[in-house]
Design a protein around this ligand. Structure first.
Ligand code: HGY
Ligand code: MN
Ligand code: MN
Ligand code: MN
Length: 412
């Protein structure tokens, strides 16, 4: 089966151009720019011959009937939202490679036994509500009322956000799919690391997706005049946050093992009042910890804040943490991995098995059906940065492996 590499590359370039111009490449979920990208995708899905719908969870779903309507679908997909000033390929490659496979099947008169779906999952990246994988949580029936009540800094609730993107927060049961409702889920994604490029591999076949825990930490001090407040009378919340951030970095550096490495990051921080001449009174930040070691991830923040307590007491500040999300490590399914290996071997691709240090929608889709992921190398392993890049041939290889794996799974 052929795919149209030029068309895939042209679509990747066109979707990338739908970005906040001041800060490429940015298409944050729940924003007008995201809706612009969705409108473009909807047009492309229809032009590719798919029946297009939006489910109650805010996902864009393209549907291609199969020979046997009673079968559950093979699903391809990923996400079209980005981190701020992210890249052009994180997520979009999976959505557009899936679309390319669906269109190429029709053009070559290949009718699968299974229905085929291509899904752009809503808000895979941590949204301004703090929550990630919102659309795939909805498909897994894991979007709770508490989550719908989460607010973003401008006060919008996630329920309002869902409605804004065409979801139906009061009908989430319609988006939820029971276990067994998906025959196989396949996602092509850029590796977002350096392994494949450094080893000269064509693709990676993912073994498992790392576990991720995110907590909101608030450091409370006292806002004061920066000039008239002596150092010994200050309660500087940002210095307290700095102690915590440095300790988290050191703890993760020393933590983990070779087969279960650990990473910890504070990438989001709000300093208040955030004025050059005011001692910071309050800091809110998000700490995320990732590792295959579930226990270590679960205990990380509590241990961290206990160890930082004397330093915080000395500063006259306090810290509290609240859980945002915790997703355990997610294995990819053996039969799906085997089908991808057969597909890659059939194409003569140089491949290897590897874990994913990045989170993906498959963490939740795995609750509905077996998942598999295909990684393509990205330049210098860079991602979540404007420098993110892949070559047209690498995009095409990912789509060809996806197409061949779909044919393998359809026959299974
Ligand atoms: O954060 C992640 O791992 C993914 O890129 N959303
Ligand atoms: Mn990402
Ligand atoms: Mn991604
Ligand atoms: Mn993903």
């Amino acid at each position: 089966m052929q795919i149209n590499a030029e068309r895939l590359w042209a679509r990747l370039a066109a979707l990338a151009e739908i970005t906040d111009k001041a800060e490429p490449w940015t298409r944050r979920s729940f924003t007008p720019r995201f809706l612009e990208g969705r409108a473009w995708l909807e047009k492309e899905f229809a032009a590719a011959g798919l029946a297009v719908s939006r489910d109650a969870g805010g996902n864009l779903v393209g549907h291609l009937p199969g020979r046997e309507a009673a079968r559950v679908p093979i699903v391809l997909g990923s996400h079209s939202d980005t981190v701020p000033a992210g890249g052009r390929f994180d997520g979009t490659l999976g959505v557009l490679a899936g679309l390319e496979v669906a269109q190429s099947l029709q053009e070559q008169g290949i009718v699968l036994d299974h229905p085929l779906e291509v899904i752009d999952f809503l808000a895979e990246e941590p949204s301004d509500f703090g929550l990630s994988c919102i659309g795939s949580r909805a498909v897994a029936g894991a979007l709770t009322q508490d989550m719908l009540a989460m607010t973003r800094p401008d006060g919008m609730t996630l329920a309002e956000g869902l409605a804004y993107v065409g979801g139906r927060p009061d009908a989430l049961a319609e988006a939820a799919r029971p276990r067994g409702a998906i025959a196989a889920y396949l996602e092509v994604h850029i590796e977002q690391g350096r392994v494949l490029e450094s080893e000269g591999r064509d693709i990676g076949i993912v073994t498992d997706i790392v576990g991720i825990r995110r907590e909101r930490i608030v450091v409370s001090g006292r806002a004061d005049h920066a000039g008239a407040t002596p150092m010994n009378l200050r309660h500087d919340a940002l210095v307290g946050a700095a102690r915590i951030i440095d300790a988290a970095h050191r703890k993760a550096f020393a933590g983990g093992t070779d087969d279960k490495p650990m990473v910890a990051t504070v990438g989001y921080l709000v300093n208040q009042p955030n004025a050059a001449n005011a001692v910071p009174g309050r800091v809110e930040m998000i700490l995320e910890v990732r590792s295959g070691d579930e226990l270590a991830v679960s205990a990380f923040t509590q241990e961290l804040l206990a160890a930082a307590a004397p330093a915080l007491a000395e500063l006259g500040v306090s810290a509290t943490s609240s859980l945002i999300s915790h997703v355990p490590p997610t294995p990819c399914a053996e039969p799906i991995r085997t089908a991808i290996v057969r597909a890659a071997d059939g194409l003569g691709l140089n491949h290897r098995a590897m874990p994913s240090g990045a989170g993906h929608d498959g963490m939740f889709v795995s609750r509905v059906g077996p998942i598999g992921m295909i990684f393509v190398p990205c330049r210098d392993g860079r991602s979540h940065a404007p420098e993110e890049w892949i070559e047209p041939e690498q995009a095409a290889t990912g789509a060809r492996a996806l197409a061949a794996a779909v044919l393998e799974l359809d026959r299974a």
